[in-house]
Design a protein around this ligand. Structure first.
Ligand SMILES: [Zn+2]
Length: 309
């Protein structure tokens, strides 16, 4: 399974900043040690042209040269720096590369990304550019060269926060199905209507969560026939998360991942995934949840490689 990383870009954050920048490197180290079947590759850089499939030229320019409206920067929650702009571009590049690889090989990943609070013209909630949205539009454009019928893409967003930016970008676009399973009382407080939104109460545990996921996948199946999927495997529904407000265990989250990968495998649906959020009181717990996702994914990647052609 090929996995793309961007951790050579580390944002200069003020002391005490709540964004756990260290998790990316920690996760890559553990992947290297514990899942040797994974092929780690540095992420390419997304170009202006790729970003412009979703983002406005003015916003791309402002992020690149640091002239972003301070109110927008405050909503993003990082101080602007060149490293921040470069990291955001490479994170989009990683999801693009994972999407292209998954379409060829079945499963691939970005060790970052899932920046779903980003809109066409503004970021928010630690999200600068919307990697899943850009990758979706680019895969559709590449597909359009060989098949005039549009590529139908499902975005399965299981980060604990609603994918408001993604929902807004694809509103009214019937070639993309956006599914978000998220905490009802959590950020963002003004949610956007996606194709399917499932809201969970504070304190929601494994059983309730897995039942909601089952219902959501069933409804997706009834309404849409995807040819490709992008999965945002957020670690923030975990009970040890500072921001999540839900109570999923390690086992519950692993069952969630298995259900999503199994759903895709049963349909022979290629799927790329990105990490999305995770803000554990103990950083190791966040990294553990995410490592488990990669382990599950690597198993499904093997099935793709061994399938009869
Ligand atoms: Zn989140």
């Amino acid at each position: 399974m090929r996995v793309f990383y961007t951790d050579r870009f580390v944002l200069p954050l003020p002391v005490g900043h709540r964004f756990p920048m260290g998790k990316y490197r920690l996760l890559r180290d553990r992947l290297e040690r514990e899942l040797p079947e994974i092929r780690l590759t540095p992420a390419p850089r997304a170009t202006d042209g790729e970003l412009a499939l979703v983002h406005t030229p003015a916003y791309i320019q402002a992020i690149s040269d640091g002239s972003v409206d301070p109110r927008v920067m405050r909503e993003i929650g990082f101080p602007w720096s060149e490293a921040m702009a470069e990291r955001a571009r490479h994170s989009v590049g990683a999801t693009i590369a994972a999407a292209r690889t998954a379409l060829a090989e079945g499963v691939a990943a970005n060790i970052a990304g899932g920046t779903h609070h980003s809109y066409a013209d503004k970021g928010g909630g630690f999200c600068v550019f919307n990697d899943a949205a850009v990758a979706t539009r680019l895969m559709q454009a590449e597909h359009a060269r060989v098949d005039r019928r549009p590529l139908r893409v499902a975005i399965i967003d299981l980060d604990v926060h609603q994918g408001n930016g993604t929902a807004h970008v694809f509103r009214g676009d019937d070639t993309v199905f956006t599914l978000s399973l998220h905490g009802a009382k959590n950020f963002p407080f003004r949610k956007e209507a996606g194709s399917l939104d499932a809201e969970l109460p504070d304190g929601c545990g494994d059983d309730e969560y897995l039942q909601a996921l089952e219902r959501a996948l069933g409804e997706l199946d009834a309404r849409f026939e995807p040819q490709f999927a992008i999965y945002l495997a957020g670690a923030d529904p975990h009970e040890g998360d500072r921001l999540g407000r839900l109570k999923l265990t390690f086992d519950g989250l692993e069952a969630r991942d298995r259900r999503v990968f199994d759903w895709a495998w049963q349909r022979r649906l290629p799927m790329a995934f990105a990490m999305a959020g995770g803000y554990g009181h103990e950083l190791e717990n966040t990294v553990q949840v995410q490592l488990n996702t990669f382990r599950v994914a690597a198993g499904y990647s093997m099935r793709w490689q061994n399938r009869p052609r």
